[in-house]
Design a protein around this ligand. Structure first.
Ligand code: HEC
Ligand code: HEC
Length: 378
């Protein structure tokens, strides 16, 4: 047995309490506003401001791929060891590995091992900012522990009923967007005053499919008189219009090549053809791919990551994706993510991963030992 004593003795309850402090601490930037601008102009200004704040520290790039990740890819994971390590992860990502419905903690179950390894190593190497998880990620002792915990995560089944997007017009009081988009609960708080705001908080994160239903709930919370005074500002900051038709079109045109036709991601890709080699030589070779499964992931988590990737806040993001979504508007983003949040994994997506009888890697017999990352072999 390897020593994960620190992790084992870590008090889960204490971790849970910490989680909520840290989760609050992760929400930071508040964006200024100029009344004369349209919402879209405000969004652009806010995104530019946020982008300007981001300094690219050394290693802040997509495939800075930490040594540790490369080492981990060669190793074979032990799910029993991994289960012990996962105890600490479970405090936030839940024992099921499903994360939480508000998308503060992502679902890990069902994610490609390559992606998990890359993200954990990036977080440990401070190549992806995650102040909430960082201290816990650092309790992992090294590459072997990373593959062990990933091997355990691989045994968890995905959430069969994840939280999807609203799929059309909806009204929601949510703080999720304030770091990126110039609409937020803070704005409402400033305008309606603390007493009203306290009452409104009872509606936070609840989605209303019709405006009327939302207005009735608002009136019930703060009274019809107060609502009349503040309705405009509340609606302006709660409007959430998604269009699945736009989402489908955008997904098909912009996302399929990397995330697959139903959000299944990709854990393998053809080896890049290098100077002096022919494509023919490399046709049979594959290397690990780091394209996440987005099917079945919580909508609000996807929205946050997507917007962080767009403005550069998620520093380890794929630069080609950043380029691809550069000109997406607020509605584009919400629509495409809403559409993608409805994908389900399909028969065949899973068996490929780690199944040695599967021809997925398409490697010649003699090359297999050298080139196939060990965790993908068993
Ligand atoms: C204190 C809470 C906390 C703990 C404990 C924790 N995480 Fe996380 N983890 C998070 C949060 C929050 C995020 C999402 C951060 C963000 O929004 O960018 C995250 C993200 C991740 C991701 C990236 C997922 C993706 O789709 O990109 C992986 C992988 C991950 N965690 C693995 C682990 C593992 C393995 C452990 C246990 C060793 C662990 N986490 C423990 C809070 C935690
Ligand atoms: C050129 C390839 C590429 C394209 C095109 C692309 N992505 Fe990505 N995407 C990636 C990679 C790679 C990552 C993981 C980045 C990393 O290593 O941190 C990612 C991450 C994400 C994430 C965060 C997932 C997580 O678990 O944290 C979301 C959400 C996402 N992409 C959505 C989309 C959508 C929607 C589109 C189309 C509008 C799109 N992407 C287009 C490559 C791409």
């Amino acid at each position: 047995m390897k020593s994960n004593i620190f992790i084992k003795t870590c008090n889960i309850t204490a971790a849970m309490i910490l989680v909520f402090f840290l989760a609050v601490a992760t929400v930071t930037t508040v964006i200024g506003e100029d009344k004369s601008m349209t919402a879209e102009e405000l969004r652009k200004a806010a995104a530019a401001k946020a982008a300007a704040l981001i300094k690219a520290p050394p290693g802040g790039k997509w495939k800075a791929t930490a040594e540790e990740a490369l080492e981990a890819l060669k190793l074979s994971g032990d799910p029993e060891e991994g289960q012990e390590i996962y105890d600490v992860c479970a405090a936030c990502h839940f024992p099921t590995g499903w994360g939480d419905p508000l998308g503060v903690f992502p679902q890990l179950a069902g994610q490609h091992t390559t992606v998990l390894i890359k993200q954990i190593s990036d977080i440990r190497a401070k190549n992806r900012d995650n102040p909430t998880m960082y201290p816990f990620a650092m309790q992992i002792e090294g590459a072997q522990d990373i593959v062990d915990v990933c091997a355990y995560i691989q045994t968890r089944k995905m959430n069969p009923n994840p939280r999807i997007g609203p799929g059309g017009p909806s009204w929601i009081l949510s703080n999720m967007r304030k770091e990126v988009w110039p609409i937020s609960l803070d704005k409402i708080q400033q305008k309606v005053g603390n007493a009203n705001f306290k009452k409104l908080k009872s509606l936070e994160e609840k989605e209303f499919k019709s405006k009327k239903e939302f207005q009735d709930a608002l009136a019930k919370a703060i009274g019809a008189e107060e609502l009349k005074k503040h309705e405009a500002v509340i609606l302006e900051n709660a409007d959430w219009v998604n269009d699945l038709k736009i989402g489908k079109k955008l997904y098909e045109e912009n996302c399929v090549r990397c995330h697959g036709d139903h959000g299944q991601g990709n854990w393998k890709q053809p080896v890049e053809v290098k100077e002096g080699q022919t494509a023919e030589t490399d046709k049979t070779k594959m290397e690990p791919g780091y394209f996440p499964v987005i099917a079945g992931q919580t909508y609000l988590y996807l929205i946050r990551q997507f917007s962080w990737i767009q403005i550069g806040k998620r520093r380890n993001a794929n630069p080609d994706m950043v380029k691809q979504i550069k000109n997406f508007t607020f509605r584009d983003m919400k629509s495409v993510v809403d559409y993608a949040s409805r994908f389900k994994m399909q028969e065949g997506d899973w068996q490929e991963v780690g199944d040695k009888d599967e021809a997925g890697w398409d490697l010649g017999e003699e090359e297999e030992d050298d080139d196939t990352p060990a965790h993908l072999k068993d």
